[in-house]
Write a protein of this length. Sequence first.
Length: 317
Amino acid sequence: MALPVVAVLLALGCSSRHSEIDDDFTADDDTTDTTSDDDTNNGEDACHESCGHWISVTVGGELACGLLADSSIDCFPFAWSNQLTIPSGEFHSVDAGYDHFCGISVEGEVVCSGENHSGQLESPEGDFAVVSAGFMFACAVGQDGQIACWGENGSNQTIAPAGSFISVSAGLAHACALTALGEVVCWGDNSLGQCEAPDGSFELLTAGAYHTCALASDSLVHCWGNDAQDAADPPLFPFRVVSAGYEHTCGITIEDELVCWGVPVAECPAPDEPFEFVAAGLLVGNYSSGVDVDCGITPSGDTLCWGGRYYDDSDYD
């Protein structure tokens, strides 16, 4: 029996964030505290929740993170019972996975925090340019163009191909990367065709749970893999940003309009206003049930989050 559609998430409110800054944090530190906060599960309405002014935003399965104007990391949890430790310092970027996140410091170090049950916090040493956190693994592109991956490896998703790359995107159990010529190369789980990238030259790449999308040089989006409710069937609009989530994808058109397709985050849709950037989330829950959350940044700099579609596997029976 399908679970009902709801518009309320546990602990989404940004005012109830459940984290602390650690001035001495390193990638090898224990990143969570077993102390829980009874006020976190307050059932706040997830619709158009404001998270302040972030200059970037990324949405995982149990948390969203972003960079502040001073290049520090800020996060808030959706369904987190432990204390989330946020590393101090300045970062070039941050990316959220299911229950962890990784950032690239200004020194080029990969720093990860959150849960470490699959080794997803055990990032390698080196000088890196790009990092992407997947479900329970992560990948990063070094300054030399080589990719390193770590964490869960049940589908060989941490066995990256050789070669030189400029970006990487980690999904549920697969990952894809872009070469300097715009070619897409994928590896890991291909059970639904999510690694069967089309030929062509692409400028932006995003891996969802079981599908992948890329933005071509003509500004059109191409998707492949799981096509549940047209998740891999993008509209023929020119886009400048695209982000693949669990069973859906969102993009920003060249006219700053937010457009999403696939399994909707119904009951709590996105606000009807222009956006500069959007990040589609993974699943708040587990493989079989949960809630989708998306976040975006408006032209005024506000970070807004929305979502609340609670579903299970029987939705696809």
